[in-house]
Design a protein around this ligand. Structure first.
Ligand code: M6R
Length: 614
């Protein structure tokens, strides 16, 4: 939800900021803007549309400055247009702000400011924030840092902000603060970078600081200081990010989404690296070591997540209950946090999140922690908010996922959760050595099997052509392939804008069957498992009503190809690992359909990669 980047140092700020904004565009892309200090004045350029539109509009401008900040927006307050694009000037024009997040009490603050004569140029809460700071500074005759601190004590909501000032005494000054929205500081040689994540920074420095909530970072006269909201100096921990540039570039693929689908053999391998060895009968999740005993003794596990991560949680429910025999509840984080959930001391709450920043998931976890639960995280982005809040956890190590549609994050999450379930079952002493060895053996073969599924990309592309004009899609599966049906439907709708629904196959008779006619494509995830015969009957029911059946089947299946209109094969594996394979053809199908419909696959309309607002 909005990307922010700022720079102060000895380089040309404008090209650096534009490049950084392009890397952050996955976070929002309805408008973009840049503020630079030029000749002692704050100069703002901003425009509705993509960063490239802003860049094109400035092709002849050649703005020059060594200090500046930029923003790419996902609209919350006010429609996407030039006026509402960031940065925003304060009333006097002497301050400018970029903001990621939401100020909940902005209306009350705005009214107070209006009664004092402040006028507003936009509909945003961010413009209210910068004017509030300006008003406090005027009223208290304090430094800008102090005014920011006082404003932070009053505003309610979530934010990461960066401010610049045109006052001569503030020359070279950048101020940043965070509460609830991510902010990373890059520490270079006589230069500093601020950004929503490390991707705009790593080209210049690998040394970063993750700012914590209620902290304020100030670069003044080339010196960085970090204090908290009570003005207590902080000693920020500088860490080295292990992120290479090629990981955040397309590497010859047409879209990030396609690159990330094809990366899955490697990302699944990376997420098991050093953790699993079938030969040695070895499984270690270092980050969970101290909590394994408590998890094994827990009476129930609650999983909280959103979107695709929630689907991974549903798959994990089957695996945990099957192997570890602990009851699992999977909750939408947004519902969990607002319904006074019953959490007992010693309950285990696992948050799953690719970004580690999803606001609802973070809030659900805070609530669970306050009620005495053991809170764990399964996240991809190292150093993000969720892993910093949890007692323990396991990173997925899938590498940066930039396409808005989550693909490799899902398979990595399911892999890590499977490892957790196996480790807990071992700890409980209820997993037979043979089953343990077989699971590890099969897990180690998953990357090669995904590779094999990817070989059918051309076939899936041809099939996609026949369905790219469909108006609706139904996805059906049973057991742990039911969440795969949900995931297939989500993938299709979010990038192609085709209406799609996922259901447990048996639920079809309770309503959705009424939709089936010759124009309804129905995707069955029908791999060989203990509900195979039942799903075959469901396929027949759809065929009897002239629906078009696409079936994902286990290699060598002889029966379903005689019933379905199209089949996509996946290799055989241990039944509980099937979702790691069966999801892949569905990702590809959605991708190709979306491309054929001319959709912007990596940046679908109305969406953003990281949902840091409720
Ligand atoms: O970063 P998170 O995993 O917490 O994000 C959760 C959802 O916002 C995310 O999975 C979303 O549903 C994706 N667009 C799905 O492709």
């Amino acid at each position: 939800m909005c990307g922010i980047v700022a720079y102060v140092g000895h380089r040309e700020a404008y090209p650096l900021i534009i490049k950084g904004l392009k890397r952050l565009e996955y976070r929002g892309y309805d408008s973009a803007g840049v503020a630079l200090l030029i000749g002692g004045e704050l100069t703002i350029y901003k425009k509705k549309g993509k960063v490239a539109d802003l860049e094109a509009s400035l092709i002849d401008a050649h703005p020059t400055s060594t200090i500046g900040m930029g923003h790419t927006r996902w609209a919350t307050h006010g429609e996407p247009n030039d006026r509402n694009a960031h940065p925003h000037y304060s009333h006097s024009g002497r301050l400018a702000i970029i903001h990621n997040g939401i100020i909940e009490n902005y209306e009350a603050i705005k009214q107070k400011l209006q009664s004092k004569g402040y006028e507003f140029r936009s509909d945003t809460d961010s413009e209210v924030f910068v004017n509030f700071i300006e008003d406090i500074q005027k009223a208290t005759a304090s430094s800008l840092e102090e005014a920011v601190r006082l404003a932070m004590q009053e505003v309610v909501g979530a934010y990461a902000i960066v401010l610049m000032s045109a006052e001569p005494e503030d020359s070279g000054l950048l101020i940043a603060a965070r509460k609830g929205s991510p902010l990373v500081i890059g520490v270079g040689e006589d230069e500093y970078f601020f950004a929503s994540d490390a991707t705009p920074i790593i080209e210049y420095t690998k040394e970063v600081i993750y700012l914590d909530d209620h902290q304020i970072a100030v670069v003044r006269a080339g010196e960085l200081t970090v204090t908290n909201i009570d003005n207590v100096p902080q000693s920020p921990y500088i860490q080295t990010v292990e992120l290479e540039l090629e990981a955040i570039e397309k590497g010859g693929f047409e879209h990030f989404m396609l690159k990330e689908i094809f990366e899955q053999p490697r990302s699944v391998k990376d997420c098991m690296r050093g953790r699993v060895s079938a030969d040695e009968g070895y499984l270690v999740l270092g980050g969970l070591r101290d909590y394994l005993d408590s998890i094994a003794k827990s009476k129930r596990i609650v999983i909280v997540a959103c979107g695709t991560s929630w689907h991974a949680g549903l798959v994990a429910e089957y695996i945990f209950e099957e192997l570890a025999r602990i009851p699992v509840e999977v909750e939408y984080a947004s519902e969990f946090r607002y319904r006074n959930p019953i959490i007992k001391e010693g309950d285990v709450v696992i948050a799953i999140s690719q970004s580690g920043e999803t606001m609802d998931t973070l809030a659900a976890l805070e609530l669970a922690k306050s009620k005495g639960a053991i809170i764990l995280g399964v996240c991809n982005v190292v150093g993000s908010s969720i892993p910093r809040l949890t007692h323990a956890g396991a990173y997925t190590h899938a590498g940066p996922e930039i396409g808005v549609a989550s693909t490799k994050a899902f398979t990595a999450q399911v892999t890590v959760l499977t490892l957790m379930a196996i480790a807990v079952a071992r700890k409980k002493g209820i997993l037979h050595e043979d089953t343990f060895r077989r699971l590890l053996f099969e897990l180690e073969r998953i990357p090669d099997k995904i590779e094999k599924v990817l070989k059918s990309a051309e076939k899936i592309k041809e099939m996609a052509w026949q369905f790219h004009e469909a108006r609706n899609f139904l996805y059906l599966g049973r057991g742990s392939n039911f969440p795969v049906a949900l995931e297939g439907a989500l993938k299709l709708k979010e990038i192609s804008y085709i209406h799609a629904e996922g259901y447990p196959a048996a639920e079809m008779k309770h309503g959705p069957i009424a939709l089936i006619d010759q124009d309804m494509p129905v995707v069955f995830i029908a791999t060989r498992d203990n509900s195979y015969e039942k799903i075959v009957s469901n396929i027949q029911e759809v065929k009897a009503r002239k629906g078009k059946v696409i079936a994902v089947v286990t290699e060598g299946d002889k029966l379903i190809p005689t019933l379905a209109d199209h089949v996509l094969e996946v290799p055989i594996t241990h039944e509980i690992l099937t979702p790691l394979l069966s999801v892949v053809p569905l990702q590809l199908l959605s991708y190709y359909i979306a491309v054929m419909r001319g959709c912007n696959v990596d940046q679908p309309r109305n969406l953003a990669k990281s949902v840091t607002v409720e």
